[in-house]
Design a protein around this ligand. Structure first.
Ligand SMILES: [Zn+2]
Ligand SMILES: [Zn+2]
Length: 269
C-alpha cells in the first residue's frame, strides 16, 4: 500500500492512496488541473484513480471533485448526508458517478472504514484504510483531519496503524496572538474546529505502535502554524516516551501545502 498527500491545508486538500497500479483520492480540494499536475509529479497516471472519497463538504476538500470526476470518468463516493451538501458543487454527473456509501466500503482493492471527527460541517469523517491480501501482512493507514477534538472514534481507529496522516492545524499561542478576528479564533480553537499541535502530539503518543512506520502532519494553518512548530510539539511529546524507544525507525514529516510529498510505500515486514 502506498500514499501521499497531494495538497494540504485550508487552500486545498487531497490524498492519494493506492495498492499496486490502482488507487483513489481522499478529497479533491484543489482544481482538477492542479490535481492531475500533482499526480504527474509523483509519476502516477490519472487512469489509476478509481474514485474520490469525500470526508466533508468544506470547499478545501471538494473544490475540484466535479471537474475531476468528469475528466477522469470516475465516481465520487460520499455518505447520503454529504451528497445533499455536495451535489450542487459537484455539478452534472452521470448516475453511476454518484455513489452513496455506508461507513464501510471497498475501493481499488482496499477496505475503507469511515469514522466521525468533530467538525462544523454536516458530517465529517476520518478514514481507516486497510489492505488485506491473502499471504501478505495486513497494513493500515489512518487519516484524520478537520476535528476540533480528539474523538473516541479517532482513538479506536488510529491506534496501531502502520501509517498516519493527521491534522496539526495550529499552534495555540500563534492562533490567539495572531491577527484572525475573535470569532474565527474561537471557531478554530473550538470543539468543532481544528486540532492544535499539542492535542495531536498527545493523540499520537497513544496511537503510534511498534509497527507504525510513518506519521504525516497535515492541514497546517499558513497563518497560525509552522512546520517547525508542529514537528517540535510532536517530537517533544515523543521524546523519552516508551514508544520512541520501541520504535526508533518511525519517520515523521509535514505535508507540504501545495505540492505532494514523496510517495510513501509501507513495508510489509
Ligand atoms: Zn473542514
Ligand atoms: Zn479542511
Amino acid at each position: 500500500m502506498h500514499f501521499a498527500t497531494l495538497a494540504s491545508g485550508s487552500s486545498g486538500n487531497a490524498i492519494l492512496v493506492g495498492e499496486g497500479e490502482r488507487g483513489f483520492l481522499v478529497d479533491c480540494g484543489i482544481s482538477a488541473k492542479r490535481l492531475v499536475g500533482n499526480l504527474a509529479i509523483l509519476n502516477v497516471p490519472p487512469e489509476q484513480i478509481e474514485g474520490i472519497i469525500v470526508t466533508h463538504e468544506h470547499i478545501d476538500h471538494i473544490k475540484g471533485i466535479g471537474v475531476l470526476a468528469r475528466k477522469l470518468k470516475i465516481p465520487i463516493l460520499a455518505t447520503a448526508g454529504l451528497w445533499e451538501e455536495i451535489r450542487q458543487a459537484a455539478g452534472p454527473l452521470k448516475d453511476e458517478q454518484k455513489i452513496i456509501i455506508p461507513a464501510e466500503v471497498s475501493l481499488a482493492g482496499l477496505d475503507i472504514k469511515l469514522f466521525p471527527t468533530s467538525h462544523d460541517s454536516r458530517e465529517s469523517y476520518g478514514l481507516k484504510i486497510t489492505r488485506q491480501t491473502a499471504g501478505h501482512k495486513r497494513l493500515s493507514l489512518g487519516i484524520a483531519t478537520d476535528s476540533g477534538t480528539v474523538t473516541q472514534a479517532m482513538h479506536e481507529h488510529l491506534r496501531g496503524c502502520d501509517a498516519l496522516v493527521v491534522e496539526a492545524n495550529h499552534d495555540e499561542e500563534k492562533l490567539w496572538q495572531g491577527r484572525y478576528p475573535w470569532p474565527l479564533k474561537r471557531r478554530i480553537a473550538g470543539i468543532y474546529g481544528h486540532l492544535e499541535n499539542g492535542q495531536i502530539a498527545e493523540g499520537l503518543l497513544s496511537w503510534i505502535g511498534e509497527n507504525t512506520q510513518r506519521v504525516v502532519l497535515a492541514h497546517l494553518s499558513e497563518e497560525n502554524n509552522t512546520p517547525e512548530a508542529a514537528l517540535t510539539a510532536v517530537l517533544r511529546a515523543l521524546r523519552g516516551s516508551r514508544i520512541a524507544k520501541e520504535n526508533p525507525e518511525l519517520r515523521l514529516r509535514v505535508a507540504p501545502r501545495h505540492t505532494p510529498h514523496e510517495l510513501i510505500y509501507l513495508r510489509e515486514e
